[in-house]
Design a protein around this ligand. Sequence first.
Ligand SMILES: [Zn+2]
Length: 278
Amino acid sequence: MAIRTAVLVLLLTATAVGSAVAAPQARREPARVPEGAAGDAVPLPVVVPLPRPRPITAPAKPPEPDPKILAERDACLERLAVVAEAEPEPPAAGQPACQAQDLVRLSAIRLAGGERVAVAATARIRCTLAEALVAWMRDDVAALMTPSGGRPATMVVDTSYECRPRNRIAGAKISEHGRGNAVDLRGFVLADGRSVGLTDPIADKTLRSALAKSVCARFTTVLGPGSDGYHEDHVHLDLAERRKDFRICQWDVRDPVPLPRPRPKLDAEPDSEPEQEP
Ligand SMILES: [Zn+2]
């Protein structure tokens, strides 16, 4: 009987402690008395501690805007307003490595003569990159296309801001696209409807070579066909900053692929002889 009383006291104490402390809670197994063993030694209650409740994590909030970065972006937008159509974009939130506060939405570029070049799809990029892209279009691309009678009407953009690893390889470093510091271009559509694909071997090679040279002079990274196998149908441009101003310019301007010439049929060649593979 004395043992039972002691167990009862223990149980009451455990209950009191359990109600006074909200966390961690514990699941208590009732003391079990084996059948037919009434009066024998009673096992002590088993207290199984539960894991601490996990704190409720607040949803990821975008970082507080840096007034200096926003002021620089606004000054950049003022400069762009003269030569382009661009709007401020809300800061990109999400992963810390992909946060960008000075994003803008570039939708068109005005050439020196006032002609409008649409940017499609709209590029969501840092304002500094937008300025570099607009300057390249106005000062280089438009002039390079004039001799062939082409006036660019649309700059065809593939990808701009996108939070992802380089070349979409899991575990790789975050791409410059994840900082709004890169843009992928397909080419241009001219005012007369013709297209100039930057990586299209059929397009004028002299023009493509001149575009490659001019773009490598303006951007710190240029990746096109022949670079790494991921840029065979577009050209990647970015303004990555590296030590000692190291630059990457890898764009192999491809020759047009000649069509195979029909093989002349020799009279001496018997029709019935099967061809031998080398
Ligand atoms: Zn890219």
